[in-house]
Every structure is written in structure tokens, then in C-alpha cells.
Ligand binder design. Structure first.
Ligand SMILES: Nc1ncnc2c1ncn2[C@@H]1O[C@H](COP(=O)(O)OP(=O)(O)OP(=O)(O)O)[C@@H](O)[C@H]1O
Ligand SMILES: [Mg+2]
Length: 474
């Protein structure tokens, strides 16, 4: 049993000034196994990323999704959830930091708060900034592939070109689905028109990548292959393509202007120890712009890595933090597909994708059953779950997915914050900060408390109060 934050009720109950550290007894499993109420799950192997001490036994707890795959788990996906401010991002940053030391490439496909930039820079990595005059990303970018394509043998080249066109279409479809594009997924005729137009636009610029205005120009010119594909000409052609042209136009004008309508300004440096795409500048333009930004940058990152791998330019494993995933999920259908394609990256390789969210309700907020099923698929593809401070209702939902014991539920809810946001007030930090239950499949969970080093505190801090003070100071 675990006392709540105010201690046990009743006579002689309440908060204790001195916390009894408890006594640790150890014994052989044959004997201790008989003491049922005191049975604990076996600890985790001391390899990988040190998280902290086990809150019950004091032993070192490590998390190693990459090393566990094939032994303790079947995939390296990690699902991290807790109330805001409980330290999810701090844990993810520690995971990244240690994996970079092991030779993984840390790759933050969309850093919504700009909170990973300091860490990435100090690791000697490169930060690409997008938005408001800072930089652009071309959603049709093929990454390093374009320079190699012409030197590949014919069959290999056409196979890669097909993959590339498919990926470009996926990205365009996802961007068009956002409120800043068409506001809906393109229909089958529009997809077919886009397919041909993207190919024609790409053929017109050999050795380079087409940009969205090129695709618009092709659709407007209505060349013969396009008319033949749609079996329409004149007014009939205009009627079929009007909406999709308007949708693409919206991506180049309006709130997204200057972000995705030209060549990529700074390509991702895949030889660096760490890379991130900082889209924090988009936040001033509202949620819809942020979600379109996330789609474009995720797709771009995925495309760059996949194409670098396909031509043997990159063979390092990745650690991919997908922080603020709830934003992505709330924004509509496009991102689930983009995330899904990123998660496909780690099916064959040992890439560690870390999904960070607040609640299991986030995937449920998607509009269609198909999208919700895809989002649930992402969750199920994560064998490792890390659950921080959460409310009792949230834990009920988790129990539907992962069997949590009553003890585990009580422990996690004892870490939770009284306010629903979990955010700090001026004199109080989140009571469950740095405490996580690590659950592999349905094994008994291991609860660990993480403390940060002085350097980590500087690199990871996101507290609004402190940040505002610093900003005021500057
Ligand atoms: N174990 C810890 N010890 C001390 N400070 C911590 C610890 N974990 C996190 N922090 C600090 O707490 C603050 C909030 O942490 P973090 O940003 O990781 O929370 P979060 O769960 O990601 O919040 P959000 O959901 O709002 O993104 C940060 O300033 C971080 O440096
Ligand atoms: Mg965070």
C-alpha cells in the first residue's frame, strides 16, 4: 500500500516529517518467493540508459529498448505518458543523450517547443529552424537520394523513383488534409492527378527536387499525359482539378506562406551526432500551422533517412523522440499517417522511437475510426511503456491496454498532481517529477526515480516560471 501525498488518515496519521527509508531485506528467490505480499518484479538488466534508483529497492534501473529487443521485448518502441510537467521530456532527453554516446543518431523530427535545441547543439549536432524567415522545408525533398539517382542502374533507379513518388504523394496528401490545405483528404481522382503531376514536375528538374509551385504549374498547364490520365479536357479537366489546385495554393499562401513552398534551406546533416528540426517559431501562428509543420518535417525527416539508408549513406541506428505527440493527434488525420511511416522505419532496423503523450484519450480524439485504429497500432507497437504521474481515471484506461496491478496503480496515482494540468504553481513543482513506472509488456513494472545532474538540469529545463524569469532578465 502507498500513502497519498498527505500521508495516512486517522489518529497518528498525516504527513511524516522524517520519511522512513525502510529496510531492505534480501534473500534467495526460493525463500523470498514464498512471501507473497512482498514479491517484486525482477529488476531490469543494468545495461543501457541509467534512469535512477528503484523506488522500492534502491537498485539501479536502466532502460534499453534497443538492447532489449529480441530478448525482453519484441520491438524497440517506447510509449511515455504522464501529466504535464512530470518530466517526460527530461527522461526522453536522457535516453537520447546516452544513446548518442552509444553511437545512435539522435533525430528530433519536429521539436514543437524548441526544447531539444540546446542539447542537440551541445552534442555537436545541427538544428534546422523552420518558420518566419528562418528556413524552409520542401515536403517533396528526396534527401540525399537526388544526387545519387542518376548514377544508379536503370532498374534500381526506377524502383527507387516509384518509392519516392509514393512518399511524396503521402506527404502532399497529409498536408492537404490539414485545415490549411483542402481540409479533407484528396479523393481518388485528385490523388491520381497529383501522382502524374508530381512525376511530371520531377522529370522537369532532373537531379533536383520539384517544389509545390512546380506541381501547381503542371496541374494548371494540363499537359497531354495528365489529361489522358484523367480522361478529361477543357472544362471537365478544370472541374476535376480545381479543388486540389486550390488546396496546393493554400499551402503556398496564407498562414503557411514561406515555409513549404521552396527548396529546403538547410538539409539535415545525417553525419552529425544529433539533428533536430525546430518548429517552435510556428507556434505563434496557431495550432493548425504547427500540425502542418509537424507533418512536413516528419515526412521530410523520414524521407531523408530512408533514402540515405537505401543508398548506403547511413547505417547508424536512430533514436527518434516524437514529443508533444498529443498535439499531432489532435490536429487531424494526416499526422497519424506520417507517424505511422516513421514507425515503419524501426520495423526492420533497431531504431528507438519514443512517443510522448499525456493521455490515452489523445489517440481517441482523432476523427475517424481508421485513424484511431492506426494510432492504437502505434501504441501497440511499443513494447516498453513508461508511465509517470497520472490520474486514477487515466490509469483505468491504461489497464485496458496493459495489465497494471493495484499496487502499481496506487503508486502512480500517488505521484499525481492535484491540479488537472499538473503544471507548476510559483512555489510548487510537480510532486511526481522524475518518477516513472517502466512496464515491459505485462511483466510487473519497475518504478524508478530519476535525479538530474547539474548539467542536465541546465540542458533539460522547460519550467515556464524559470524560463519567463530568464527572458525578463535578458
Ligand atoms: N528528475 C527530475 N529532477 C529535477 N527536475 C526535473 C526532473 N525531471 C524533469 N525536471 C524538470 O522539470 C521540468 C519539467 O519537465 P519536462 O519538461 O520534462 O516535463 P514534461 O512531462 O515533458 O512536461 P510537458 O508535458 O509539459 O511537456 C523541466 O524544467 C525539467 O528540467
Ligand atoms: Mg515535455
Amino acid at each position: 500500500m502507498f500513502a497519498g501525498r498527505l500521508g495516512w488518515g486517522g489518529r497518528f496519521g498525516g504527513r511524516a516529517v522524517v520519511e522512513d527509508a525502510g529496510t531492505v531485506h534480501t534473500g534467495p528467490t526460493t525463500q523470498v518467493g514464498g512471501l507473497y505480499p512482498f514479491l517484486l518484479g525482477t529488476g531490469l538488466p543494468p545495461h543501457g540508459v541509467p534512469v535512477g534508483r528503484d523506488v522500492l529497492t534502491g537498485e539501479l534501473v536502466c532502460i534499453d529498448p534497443s538492447g532489449w529487443t529480441g530478448r525482453l521485448t519484441t520491438n524497440p518502441g517506447v510509449w511515455v505518458m504522464s501529466q504535464p510537467g512530470a518530466g517526460k521530456s527530461a527522461l526522453v532527453k536522457r535516453i537520447c543523450l546516452v544513446y548518442v554516446a552509444y553511437g545512435h543518431l539522435m533525430c528530433v523530427p519536429a521539436d514543437v517547443k524548441g526544447e531539444y535545441s540546446t542539447l542537440v547543439r551541445e552534442l555537436g549536432g545541427s538544428v534546422v529552424r523552420i518558420g518566419d524567415g528562418l528556413g524552409r522545408i520542401n515536403p517533396l525533398d528526396s534527401g540525399p537520394l537526388k544526387t545519387r539517382l542518376s548514377s544508379l542502374p536503370g532498374t534500381e533507379r526506377s524502383a527507387l523513383l516509384d518509392v519516392l513518388t509514393g512518399r511524396r504523394l503521402e506527404t502532399l496528401g497529409a498536408l492537404l488534409s490539414t485545415r490549411n490545405g483542402l481540409g479533407r483528404a484528396p479523393n481518388e481522382i485528385e490523388r491520381s492527378a497529383l501522382n502524374t503531376a508530381v512525376q511530371l514536375a520531377a522529370d522537369a528538374v532532373p537531379g533536383a527536387d520539384p517544389i509545390i509551385p512546380d506541381v501547381i504549374a503542371v496541374l494548371r498547364q494540363a499537359p497531354e499525359p495528365l489529361r489522358a490520365k484523367l480522361a478529361a479536357a477543357g472544362n471537365a479537366y478544370l472541374a476535376l482539378t480545381r479543388s486540389v489546385i486550390a488546396g496546393l495554393d493554400n499551402l503556398c499562401d496564407g498562414p503557411l506562406k514561406g515555409m513549404f513552398d521552396g527548396p529546403t534551406s538547410v538539409p539535415l546533416d545525417l553525419d552529425a551526432p544529433a539533428v533536430s528540426v525546430d518548429i517552435s517559431a510556428l507556434r505563434a501562428r496557431g495550432n493548425d500551422v504547427v500540425s502542418a509543420g509537424m507533418i512536413a518535417t516528419w515526412a521530410y525527416t523520414y524521407s531523408s533517412i530512408d533514402s540515405a539508408r537505401s543508398i548506403g549513406l547511413m547505417n547508424r541506428k536512430l533514436v527518434l523522440p516524437m514529443d508533444e505527440m498529443w498535439r499531432a493527434l489532435r490536429s487531424g488525420p494526416g499526422l497519424v499517417d506520417a507517424m505511422d511511416s516513421i514507425s515503419r522505419l524501426n520495423r526492420t532496423t533497431d531504431d528507438v522511437a519514443v512517443y510522448v503523450t499525456h493521455s490515452l484519450l489523445d489517440p481517441e480524439s482523432l476523427p475517424t475510426e481508421e485513424d484511431r485504429a492506426k494510432a492504437r497500432g502505434l501504441m501497440d507497437r511499443c513494447d516498453t511503456w513508461v508511465i509517470g504521474a497520472s490520474t486514477e481515471e487515466e490509469l483505468q484506461r491504461v489497464t485496458g491496454k496493459r495489465a497494471l496491478t493495484e499496487q502499481e496503480r496506487m503508486m502512480i496515482s500517488s505521484w499525481s498532481s492535484a491540479t488537472s494540468t499538473g503544471l507548476d504553481t510559483s512555489d510548487q513543482v510537480h510532486p511526481g517529477r522524475g518518477k516513472y513506472l517502466i512496464k515491459l509488456g505485462n511483466r510487473p513494472g519497475v518504478a524508478a526515480a530519476m535525479s538530474l545532474t547539474a548539467t542536465e538540469r541546465r540542458l533539460y529545463h522547460t519550467d515556464r516560471n524559470t524560463l519567463e524569469h530568464e527572458a525578463a532578465g535578458r
